[in-house]
Design a protein around this ligand. Structure first.
Ligand code: UDP
Length: 324
């Protein structure tokens, strides 16, 4: 059985659904601060509580035959992490330590960690592989970077085996539209653009048109949420087969500019998307594109959503059916 922390959040809930449909038995621990109970599929136990609470963790590990933890629970607003860093270090780093300690007490030694390309900071080389220097430029990225360091030390000292997965830009939703991306407040490009297309918002701001990129807007690597889910399952399978701890980038290896994303959102929705050019958003690197060659070679990972149109079609389906 797998304990999925943050399993009611955007990426976690898609992993839980994927697991259920691939013969795994997930159980979710989520404080529902940003997660949605509606995102947890029927039949999956949802424990609402704080992952930093050792007593609650002891109860969970005693009650359920858990052999692995897949750890999504984290706060993920970069801007907020700058204005309220304590919230990020305490939750993303310190509470994660409580989970790792509970695992040690209960002899659970497999851990899949939701890391991020934000641990790299500003790109020195593009595409970025796993050996790219790590110099996070905000407390969010640092809070995840610290966990990676803790995992490396635990893995050397104790029996823990971990896989850290550094995601680029997660996007899209369940192709059937049962679950999808729902943040409050929403800050991400694709959902905001599609909500403008729907008439739920008047316009979208384009943050920065003077970057050193072909059309002046930022370039990102968007990867479908189910391809991320698949990578987690492959990583877990590898640990269960006895592999050593490891770290992988997860991205599509293709870069799209903000303007290109908006054009595809217009094509998929069939609607015009009104936009206004705004100054750069603080902390946005101009270009983030993954090399995911290692995940392909070692995990046998093969993303199934090959282009951004297909990814945005699933996001559009969700926006039309959205129920949370
Ligand atoms: N972006 C934008 N307008 C928005 C939201 C995002 O121009 O309303 C840009 C943002 O500056 C970045 C890209 O879109 O260059 C992707 O941003 P998002 O917040 O989706 O993901 P991030 O790369 O920050 O994780």
């Amino acid at each position: 059985m797998i304990l999925v922390t943050g399993g009611a959040g955007y990426i976690g809930s898609h992993f839980v659904l994927y697991c259920k449909e691939h013969g795994e038995q997930p159980i979710v621990l989520d404080n529902l601060v940003y997660g949605h109970k509606e995102a947890v599929p029927a039949g999956v136990p949802l424990i609402v509580g704080d992952m930093g609470d050792p007593k609650l963790l002891d109860e969970i590990f005693t009650r359920y035959p858990i052999d692995a933890v897949v750890h999504f629970a984290a706060y993920a607003y970069v801007g907020e992490s700058v204005t309220d860093p304590a919230k990020y270090y305490l939750n993303n780093t310190v509470a994660t330590l409580a989970v790792l300690e509970a695992m040690r007490r209960h002899g659970v030694n497999k851990f899949i960690f939701s890391s991020t390309c934000a641990t790299y900071g500003n790109p020195v080389t593009v595409p970025m592989d796993e050996l790219h220097p790590q110099a996070p430029i905000n407390p969010y990225g640092q809070s995840k970077y610290f966990v990676e360091q803790i995992l490396k030390a635990y893995s050397l000292a104790y029996s823990l085996k971990f896989v850290a997965l550094r995601y680029f830009n997660a996007a899209g939703g369940d192709p059937e539209g049962r679950i999808g991306e729902s943040h409050d407040p929403e800050t991400h490009l694709i959902p905001i653009a599609l909500q403008v297309a729907q008439g739920k918002r008047p316009q979208i701001s384009v943050f920065g048109t003077d970057y050193d990129t072909p059309d002046g807007t930022c370039i990102r690597d968007y990867i479908h949420i189910l391809d991320l889910a698949q990578a987690h399952q492959l990583a877990l399978k590898r640990l269960r087969e006895g592999a050593d701890s490891d770290i992988f980038n997860l991205g599509s290896e293709q870069g799209y500019s903000v303007n290109e994303v908006l054009r595809i959102c217009e094509k998929v929705s069939g609607r015009k998307i009104a936009r206004v050019n705004e100054p750069r958003r603080a902390g946005d690197p101009p270009r983030l594109v993954a090399s995911a060659a290692k995940a392909r070679a070692v995990l046998g990972w093969a993303p199934t959503f090959q282009n951004l149109d297909a990814i945005i079609e699933t996001a559009w389906k969700w926006e039309e059916k959205r129920h949370y």
